[in-house]
Design a binder for this molecule. Structure first.
Ligand SMILES: *[C@@H]1O[C@H](CO)[C@@H](O)[C@H](O)[C@H]1NC(C)=O
Ligand SMILES: *[C@@H]1O[C@H](CO)[C@@H](O)[C@H](O)[C@H]1NC(C)=O
Ligand SMILES: *[C@@H]1O[C@H](CO)[C@@H](O)[C@H](O)[C@H]1NC(C)=O
Ligand SMILES: *[C@@H]1O[C@H](CO)[C@@H](O)[C@H](O)[C@H]1NC(C)=O
Ligand SMILES: *[C@@H]1O[C@H](CO)[C@@H](O)[C@H](O)[C@H]1NC(C)=O
Ligand SMILES: *[C@@H]1O[C@H](CO)[C@@H](O)[C@H](O)[C@H]1NC(C)=O
Ligand SMILES: *[C@@H]1O[C@H](CO)[C@@H](O)[C@H](O)[C@H]1NC(C)=O
Ligand SMILES: *[C@@H]1O[C@H](CO)[C@@H](O)[C@H](O)[C@H]1NC(C)=O
Ligand SMILES: *[C@@H]1O[C@H](CO)[C@@H](O)[C@H](O)[C@H]1NC(C)=O
Ligand SMILES: *[C@@H]1O[C@H](CO)[C@@H](O)[C@H](O)[C@H]1NC(C)=O
Ligand SMILES: *[C@@H]1O[C@H](CO)[C@@H](O)[C@H](O)[C@H]1NC(C)=O
Length: 861
């Protein structure tokens, strides 16, 4: 069952189920009494079924609600996911993997009434909570798979009592703390605790598990060194511990384990020089990924003895400016993936030489951050033995577009960003038949050469999906050949000098184009009409677009992000956009929108920025009543977001700049978990709607520079997630509601320039503001104010409260949070939904284990 979640293995499993099923059915007729289920076990299973809900939808290729078939009128030995002992009829295996089950195991769960289990597989469900320690009573278990759930808390130490286990799979949960003692599991061959929050040092007792072949500790918070006697795991084949904080040297004894085929220690803090010791020949090692550590010194030449290497990652190996002999890699004739990015060497890599070497299997090369020469002479004798598919040359000081790529007919991904390439992007690039992803950003290109066969535009590269050309000097009109790239999903030409209007021919792309970013150009004219019906994100901010919003936008039913900031669009409030069922981000800031904003219901909006327009009128007190997305997090949406993120965000990140805490903040990738309302710089009048207090997920609220009157509604005390509140420059009167003093994430408050009176609320958050946040109010007073305005009105000694001891830590955390673009609310208030967004998609990208698909050619997925 190793690696059974790998999509490539699902089909065989499904077949074997089918086979088993057919086989068993035949058996039923032949010997009907053979596996009769024990009634008490049947009842236990039926009760187990009742303990959990099935999260719908559950009908994917992968997912299937197994317990739905469990019914009291049939023999439980034939139920989906149940296997009985052929002789005794006792249930010995429960496989509820991928059954969409939701809920917690209580210590009284009927699962524990099925005592003789040898296999328990609960993987890929939505189980949460702690695992009851009675799990240690399943003393016959040989296989325990709890992976890819939401289990939390410590791994119960009783699991360490399961001495017959051969497979223990706990990856992809939220387990915390140290790993319990597993030293009694002498039969264990497979142990995976990947993707949890485990900490502590490398568990030394593991070295006594002599049968271990697969060990993964990846993506946790392990620290300390890797033990030098790790070679006592003499049967080890797969060792993965990437994404931890292991330090010290890489023990050379590791390379003496004869069975070892894969080492993945990327993204740790291993340091010192790299020693291989005596490499036993022939080495069986096929994967050596030790990139992104702190290794220094020369790259040992002996690496060329690892002749079976297929995947080598030495990225960020700091050669301290010394030369590197790149010919040592050309002996590794089985290499498929080679990551040599950021070696800090003075040697210039000759791309032509690498491509002409005898690396006959190589398809991915990452040379980013090194000096690369890609000489433009190609002679007939240049034989490129292997055609490469993924080439990463970002930040390689390249000055001319590498002509030698012209013959790379298998090129799929090309990242040539952050170089100094001038002039035109060659037209032949678009004729490479497999090309799918091109990143040209951060160069000094000025234009696109016409593709050679533009006339027969149907032959222009049909597979191009991601074209990123931001941060160049592209001038003139958007070239029309782009309209012939019929598979284009992402087009990003932001931060250039493109002018003219958005070409109508882009309507050709309407069935594919999902992300269009033309921000920061000089584009004029109106917004495109009747095109882009599959768009998810449209960013045309910082251009010179005029006219009204075309009403045809209403048919962009997939639209999730619409950013039109800093243009000259002159229209009334697009109330009709509220019919876009997926719209989450709407930014109309700094245009010439005017008039009232009426009673709109934006159920899905999470970010709305109407600031700096000419909107006016009042907002009725029930204005925000039906804004569901800002009122509660909806889990299902976050799940669909996973997919969305996995598919597209590898290449394109939505971002939006918001005013938060009085400064501009750029949000990247996190649009859907960040929430903001900015109505500032308009002419809204009347009272602030009381229903604002319903927007419980709101992080940023800015109503400044309007003409709001009346009191600040006390319902704002319900905005528990609020981090930044700006009500300055209005005509608000009355007192600041004391409830606001309890908002624990509120890091920034500005109520200056109003007509507020009374006592400023206490609480740490208010006492941390600048004095200027309160200025120009006639009647505010109180200890908080005295404290923050200490320089202005010297407080009397008894009024002054010294800062609380925890303040310092909180300051630091605030600062860290600000540095990563999150307020403390997010940093600590991570709910399941957030974790989902950040962390679950990775599972699909990097499965672990024997059957794993080693390819990182992810762009083709
Ligand atoms: C299943 O049916 C049997 C008899 O038909 C009954 O005794 C038993 O209580 C039932 N179990 C459940 C869980 O309903
Ligand atoms: C099991 O325990 C949970 C809470 O601990 C309780 O809600 C539930 O009723 C119990 N179930 C049974 C069958 O006793
Ligand atoms: C598990 O075993 C312990 C000790 O043998 C016992 O006290 C406990 O009741 C058992 N738990 C279950 C659910 O059977
Ligand atoms: C392991 O089993 C032993 C003997 O059954 C028992 O005494 C002990 O409490 C168990 N340990 C844990 C952590 O459950
Ligand atoms: C490995 O070395 C550690 C000390 O570094 C020692 O405590 C442990 O017993 C050794 N284990 C084996 C299996 O040799
Ligand atoms: C390497 O890591 C070890 C263990 O954490 C540490 O003691 C040592 O200072 C590090 N060496 C360098 C040069 O960073
Ligand atoms: C490596 O091999 C040489 C000779 O083959 C031997 O002298 C040396 O001790 C070995 N070193 C290690 C670390 O095993
Ligand atoms: C190469 O390694 C660097 C640093 O570890 C990493 O960021 C990059 O994604 C890797 N390249 C590829 C193509 O995987
Ligand atoms: C790269 O090497 C030089 C020595 O030539 C050294 O001064 C510098 O710190 C190194 N860079 C990094 C990032 O370690
Ligand atoms: C918007 O258009 C109207 C006419 O339709 C015009 O009167 C008004 O001045 C325009 N506003 C701005 C800010 O350009
Ligand atoms: C809003 O502004 C428009 C001009 O854009 C004006 O005609 C209208 O009277 C204003 N409405 C209110 C309620 O002030």
């Amino acid at each position: 069952m190793k690696g059974s979640w790998n999509s490539t293995s699902i089909i065989p499993i499904t077949f074997s189920f089918l086979f088993l099923f057919i086989f068993n059915c035949r058996d039923v007729f032949a010997v009907p009494t053979k596996y009769l289920c024990h009634p008490q076990q049947r009842d236990a299973l039926l009760e187990l079924k009742k303990e959990f809900e099935i999260q719908k939808p559950c009908s994917d290729d992968d997912l299937h609600p197994k317990t739905e078939s469990w019914a009291n009128n049939s023999d439980c030995c034939y139920w989906d996911g149940i296997t009985c002992n052929a002789i005794s009829g006792e249930v010995i295996e429960i496989d509820l993997s991928r059954s969409c089950l939701h809920g917690q195991f209580h210590s009284n769960t009927s699962l524990f009434r099925v005592q003789k289990l040898t296999t328990l597989d609960l993987s890929y469900n939505y189980f949460s909570g702690q695992i009851p320690s009675s799990i240690g009573n399943f003393s016959h278990l040989t296989t325990l798979d709890l992976s890819k759930n939401y289990f939390s808390g410590q791994i119960p130490s009783s699991i360490g009592n399961l001495s017959h286990l051969t497979l223990l799979e706990l990856s992809g949960n939220g387990f915390v703390g140290e790993m319990p003692y597993f030293g009694r599991m002498k039969e264990l061959t497979y142990l995976n605790v990947d993707s949890n929050e485990l900490s502590g040092i490398f568990p030394l007792y593991l070295l006594n598990l002599k049968k271990l072949t697969d060990l993964s500790l990846s993506r946790n918070q392990f620290t300390g060194i890797l033990p030098s006697n790790i070679s006592s795991l003499s049967k080890l084949e797969f060792f993965e511990a990437w994404g931890n904080a292991f330090s010290g040297t890489l023990p050379s004894s590791l390379f003496t384990i004869p069975s070892l085929t894969s080492i993945d220690l990327r993204n740790n803090q291993l340091n010192g020089t790299l020693e291989f010791g005596n490499i036993s020949s022939p080495s069986t090692l096929t994967v050596l990924d030790i990139g992104n550590n702190n290794f220094i010194g020369p790259i040992p030449k002996i690496i060329s003895k690892l002749v079976n290497l297929q995947d080598l990652d030495l990225s960020h190996f700091n050669t301290q400016g010394c030369p590197v002999d790149f010919s040592i890699f050309t002996d590794l004739k089985s290499l498929q993936l080679l990551n040599l990015s950021h070696l800090n060497t003075t040697t210039t890599i000759d791309l032509n030489a690498l491509l002409s070497s005898h690396l006959n299997s190589i398809y991915l090369m990452d040379l980013s951050g090194n000096h690369v020469s890609a000489t433009n002479k190609i002679s007939a004798t240049d034989h490129h033995s292997q055609l490469i598919s993924d080439l990463y040359l970002s930040g390689c000081s390249i000055t001319e577009f590498p002509e030698l790529l012209r013959t790379q007919h298998k090129l799929t991904n090309l990242d040539i960003s952050n170089n100094r390439i001038k002039g035109q992007v060659p037209g032949w690039l678009w004729t490479l038949p497999k090309l799918k992803f091109v990143d040209l950003s951060s160069n000094t290109f000025i234009g696109f050469e016409k593709p050679e066969d533009l006339e027969v535009s149907s032959t222009t590269n049909p597979s191009m999906q991601y074209l990123v050309g931001s941060k160049n000097n592209f001038m003139g009109k958007i070239p029309s050949f782009i309209c012939a790239l019929r598979s284009l999903i992402t087009l990003d030409l932001s931060d250039n000098n493109l002018n003219g209007s958005i070409p109508h021919c882009m309507g050709n792309l309407k069935s594919t184009l999902s992300f269009l970013n033309l921000r920061q150009n000089l584009l004029g004219g109106g917004l495109p009409k009747n095109i882009f019906k599959s768009l998810k994100s449209l960013d045309l901010g910082h251009n010179q677009l005029v006219g009204k919003l075309p009403r045809s936008l209403i048919r962009f039913s997939s639209l999730e992000v619409l950013n039109l900031e800093n243009n000259r669009i002159n229209d009334t409030f697009p109330l009709w956009l509220s019919s876009l069922k997926k719209l989450q981000v709407l930014v109309l800031r700094s245009n010439a929108f005017h008039g009232p904003i009426h009673h709109a219901t934006f159920r899905t909006l999470r970010i709305m920025d109407l600031s700096h327009n000419h909107f006016n009128g009042t907002l009725p007190s029930n204005y925000f009543v039906k804004w569901s997305a800002l009122s509660s997090l909806r889990e299902n949406e976050d799940q669909s977001y996973q997919k969305y993120m996995g598919d597209y965000f590898r290449y394109y990140h939505d971002s939006v700049v918001l005013m938060s805490k009085g400064v501009e903040m750029e949000l990247v990738r996190i649009l859907k978990i960040y929430t903001a309302l900015d109505f500032s710089g308009n002419k809204f009048e009347g009272e602030i709607p009381r229903s604002i207090g319903l927007l419980k997920e709101l992080h940023i609220l800015n109503l400044s520079s309007n003409a709001f009157t009346g009191h600040i509604p006390s319902s704002m005390g319900n905005l528990r997630e609020l981090e930044s509140l700006d009500l300055s420059q209005n005509m608000l009167s009355g007192e600041i509601p004391q409830e606001l003093g309890n908002l624990s994430y509120l890091a920034y408050v500005n109520v200056s320039h109003n007509q507020l009176v009374g006592v400023v609320p206490g609480g740490t958050q208010f006492r941390r503001q600048n004095c200027s946040s309160f200025k120009d109010n006639p009647g505010l007073y109180g200890p908080s104010l005295d404290e923050v305005c200490v320089d202005i009105h010297e407080p009397s000694p008894q009024q002054y409260e010294p800062p609380e001891p925890e303040d310092e830590d909180e300051e630091v955390l605030n600062w860290i949070a600000a540095a990563i673009g999150f307020g403390p609310g997010i940093a600590f208030g991570l709910t399941m939904g957030y974790i989902l967004v950040f962390y679950k998609p990775e599972w699909f990208m990097k499965p672990f284990g024997r059957k794993k698909h080693r390819s990182r050619n992810t762009a083709t997925r």
